[in-house]
Design a protein around this ligand. Structure first.
Ligand code: SAM
Length: 221
């Protein structure tokens, strides 16, 4: 394998890159085992998993370095098999992840995987984003909302704008440049009368030429 996940993790500010790489390998094994009875992901070959799921998930910390050290409460909508939530929880002990998925089996998987990996900074909620914003443990509780490969950004924002802390909370959404080209104008229209502005980071290349990514993120207007 030419790709070194530990080196990439170090470049993202992960405090224990070798320990993180080992736990990421364990996460892959749990997913491969579970994939026999349930369809979690097609990306399971070790290097492809390390690049397209793990490196992709932690790239957020290169663009938003406060995530490497500040106590931050994150709601990850549509966590699926745990991307980015489980990976971020493994990488950064300062983060508190709430992994949300509308599919009960996926939520149950993430709960079990977090337990097997010994993670104390993850909790899991089974539910749809649009149905959760009245819950006291959700409403205005989060510093950051993430979503990766879930719904168009305006849908995520309108569903979950009440998840974030008033004034300081923000959305950071994982996107390809192509997705962002559709989402950014739609966000600007959907949010034109709302107290939020949207921005895109510069596109960056995933390791091993695995494709371009960027983040769409909000700031208060
Ligand atoms: C394509 S998967 C992506 C999973 C993961 N974020 C990733 O990047 O691998 C989308 C996931 O979002 C969940 N989902 C879709 N819409 C949702 C919503 N409104 N609220 C919560 N979960 C949702 C689905 O059940 C599914 O597990």
């Amino acid at each position: 394998m030419s790709f070194s996940l530990a080196s990439y993790a170090a470049s993202c500010g992960v405090p224990d890159p070798e320990g993180f790489a080992a736990l990421s390998r364990q996460l892959r094994e749990i997913i491969v085992e579970t994939n026999r009875t349930m369809n979690l992901t097609r990306i399971t070959e070790p290097e492809e998993f390390a690049v397209k799921h793990v490196a992709d998930s932690i790239a957020i910390a290169r663009e938003f370095p406060f995530l490497t050290s500040e106590y931050t409460k994150i709601a990850d909508i549509g966590c699926g098999a745990g991307f980015p939530s489980l990976v971020l929880a493994l990488a950064f002990p300062n983060l508190r992840l709430t992994a949300i998925d509308s599919t009960g089996k996926k939520a149950a998987f993430v709960e079990r995987a977090a337990k097997e990996l010994g993670l104390k900074n993850v909790r899991v909620i089974h539910g749809r984003s649009c149905e959760l914003n009245r819950r006291p443990e959700i409403r205005h509780q989060f510093d950051v909302v993430t979503a990766r490969a879930v719904a168009p950004a305006p849908v995520i924002y309108l569903d979950a704008c009440d998840f974030i802390k008033r004034k300081s909370g923000r959305f950071i959404l994982y996107k390809t440049p192509q997705q962002a080209a559709e989402d950014l104008p739609a966000l600007e229209i959907a949010c034109r009368k709302l107290p939020v502005l949207w921005h895109a980071t510069e596109p960056f290349e995933l390791p091993e030429n695995a494709g371009q990514r960027l983040f769409l993120y909000s700031t208060p207007r």
